[in-house]
Design a protein around this ligand. Sequence first.
Ligand SMILES: [Zn+2]
Length: 243
Amino acid sequence: MLDEVEGIIIKVIPYGETSKIINVLTKDRGVIGIICKGAMGLKSKLRSVTDNLDYGIFNIYYKKDKLSTLVSVDIINPFKKIKSDILLISYATYITDLVSQVLKQVNDNNIYDDYIKALIKIDEGLNPIVITNILETKLLDYLGVSLNLTSCNICGNKKDIVTLSSEKGGLICKNCYKDEKILPIEIIKILNMYYLVDISSINEIKIKDSIINEINLFLTSYYDDYTGLYLKSKDFLKKISKL
Ligand SMILES: [Zn+2]
């Protein structure tokens, strides 16, 4: 029976002379493998709709736990801007890897939704660091290492917060402060906003570059220290964005 499945291509593997196998991260069925017969042929109508990051409705003959077979794709968004820019591709690759890892641990439709919303916003030209950081902030809950942004992470004091430290796992108050780097206190407010904002509602970003970079550094080391995730695509991103 022909099935319609919403999803995005996260991996493409050549198969035989003219075919491909695509891995599609779907809205409702996790990652599924689909064979695209003849899709590398010059005249195939599947050729232009079976690349990495093609997002759409996949019309398939679905086989659970086996390769499904592709019939056609109705593209929702080809993410053209992302595909034309190596830096944006790197961000998209990283968040794809990250979301794939998180989905191995937790199954929640919000993760897929936030991931697609983030790609749409990056493709619309919004700052990819900010959008990536917002997604990273939201994913911390699913990874079981939520950021505590309301009280000192050492003593629980809600007052006299002086800075935020990834090494100490969150906020630090005056009494617990030793020699941690003092970060601008507005970072706490912005991180809270990252945590709460609906990504699809963001139309412009008015945050100073210096603050964006501090938050990115903080989240990068928080991820390194607490999530146990190691992603090659993140290393690559660090290199090319010269973090
Ligand atoms: Zn304290």
